[in-house]
Design a protein around this ligand. Structure first.
Ligand SMILES: [Zn+2]
Ligand SMILES: [Zn+2]
Length: 467
């Protein structure tokens, strides 16, 4: 997944507030004639639309890019397509998407520092580039009464779509260019039409057209002239391919090595498919103590791959992460913890059943304690080994079933989801878990309870019987 950094700047006090959002795809507007003119003038004069706005990223590309772009546009403008209006490139759509938006008039935003509605500028940058970049062009506009389609031709590169101009400073991606994988096109109007797709066979580079059940080989110029609706790009991976070949040749050297290294299979799969796999993540099969968690040991072969020393060292120097693992053993610390936890469960459940049996047998207990069924179910899941993470619950939380009277006396709330337990059980659980507040019903009061509120007692009984 990719992520985007959105910034809003107050034009009065210059305060910038930021938010980070992840994205599955980018939905780009198709700029009209006027927007294009504005975008291009902002580019050519090297003047951002607003201070700190997205225009500055063009400036960062420097003179060369500026001149190349200028010549390209000049050449493009001399070709016959000039008659059909200005050429719109995918880069223009990206620039329009990442360009600054003024927030003014009805759109003013409330500045946290000024504590007032202010004029501002909003813009965004890419923080993290995804492995697969999905770009959706907003070809359909839906008005109240009707919908229409923008069928402007948008040119797009088959290779080397560069997202560098739109990256935030904090972006860590090394590879910023993308190659086209496939294009989905929409033929027809907003009301009706159908879709066709072009996909590349990544092994031989051949393009195919998919139209209903018909698949035909097509030349790449056909793809280039398609009226793109959705585009799928993948990170240019020439370097990654070279990297993999290097690892294969290292592995084939069969150097005498005394040490064998275990590496996360999950990470190695990433290395084999992603342009940027990131640091080695051996924690996918290790516990916090550096051993194998007991529950993972029986399928450890599915989690690791054995590497010779030279391959490990190469990968480790190149990608970092780790840690280095030379032998696999079940973690004894984890083992002891698991056994202690199992024993604790057994003790708690046995004690509860014993105390609760005694409570059920009592004819008319002088005092009854109330416990939140929500907390009780969490505890029950823990002692039965069904809880999430096998973790014990937090302190007893009776706040939802308690009601504080004017006198400060704590009473049971009407209709509360609660269970009745004996004083001994309350003391036992409260010593173990703490929390509260304590809600006790004295016998005289208990008799006044309406029958409906007694259903909690039934629950505790039913659930403990099932234990
Ligand atoms: Zn402000
Ligand atoms: Zn451990």
């Amino acid at each position: 997944n990719g992520s985007i950094l959105s910034l809003v700047q107050c034009l009065t006090c210059d305060r910038v507030s930021t938010t980070v959002e992840t994205f599955q795809d980018l939905s780009l507007p198709i700029p009209g004639k006027e927007d294009l003119a504005k975008l291009h003038s902002a580019i050519y004069q090297n003047v951002p639309a607003k201070p700190g706005a997205c225009g500055d990223s063009y400036a960062a590309q420097g003179w060369l890019a500026f001149i190349v772009e200028y010549i390209r546009r000049f050449v493009v403008s001399c070709t016959p397509s000039w008659f059909w209006g200005p050429v719109i490139t995918l880069e223009d759509c990206l620039a329009a998407f990442f360009a600054a938006d003024e927030l003014k008039g009805d759109n003013m935003y409330s500045c946290e520092r000024c504590k007032k509605l202010r004029n501002g500028v909003k813009y965004c940058k890419v923080l993290r580039l995804p492995e697969i970049l999905c770009i959706h062009l907003k070809r359909f506009r839906h008005e109240v009464m009707y919908s229409f389609k923008i069928s402007s031709h948008v040119t797009f590169p088959l290779e080397g779509l560069d997202l560098r101009p739109f990256l935030a400073k904090e972006c860590k991606s090394q590879i910023t260019t993308y190659d086209l994988l496939s294009v989905i096109c929409h033929h027809g109007t907003a009301g009706s039409g159908h879709y066709i797709a072009y996909c590349q066979n990544v092994i031989n580079g051949q393009w195919y057209e998919f139209d209903d059940q018909y698949v035909t080989e097509v030349h790449e110029t056909v793809v280039q002239n398609a009226e793109a609706y959705v585009l799928f790009y993948r990170k240019s991976s020439e370097e990654a391919v070279r990297e993999r070949q290097q690892v294969v040749s290292l592995a084939a050297m069969r150097e005498p090595s005394l040490l064998r290294f275990y590496v996360s299979r999950e990470w190695l799969n990433k290395f084999n498919t992603f342009a940027e796999p990131g640091p080695i993540t051996n924690h996918t099969f290790l516990c916090a103590h550096g051993g194998i968690p007991p529950h993972k040991y029986h399928y450890i072969d599915d989690l690791v791959v054995i590497l010779p020393q030279n391959v490990w060292e190469h990968l480790y120097n190149r990608f970092g992460g780790g840690p280095a693992v030379n032998h696999l053993y079940v973690c004894s610390i984890c083992q002891v913890e698991i056994e202690a936890l199992a024993k604790r469960r057994r003790t708690e459940i046995d004690t509860f059943i014993k105390l609760n049996k005694a409570f059920q047998a009592e004819e008319s207990p002088s005092v009854i304690y109330c416990i939140s069924m929500q907390w009780f179910r969490e505890w029950e899941a823990f002692v039965k080994g069904k809880g999430k993470d096998n973790e014990p619950p937090g302190p007893i939380d009776n706040s939802r079933i308690a009601q504080v009277k004017g006198s400060g006396h704590i009473q049971l709330k009407q209709g509360a989801d609660y269970g009745q337990i004996s004083e001994e059980t309350w003391v036992y659980l409260n010593n173990l878990y703490g929390g509260g507040p304590e809600i006790a019903i004295r016998q005289s009061v208990a008799q006044l309870q309406d029958p409906e509120s007694l259903h909690g007692e039934q629950k505790i009984e039913a659930e403990t019987r099932a234990m």
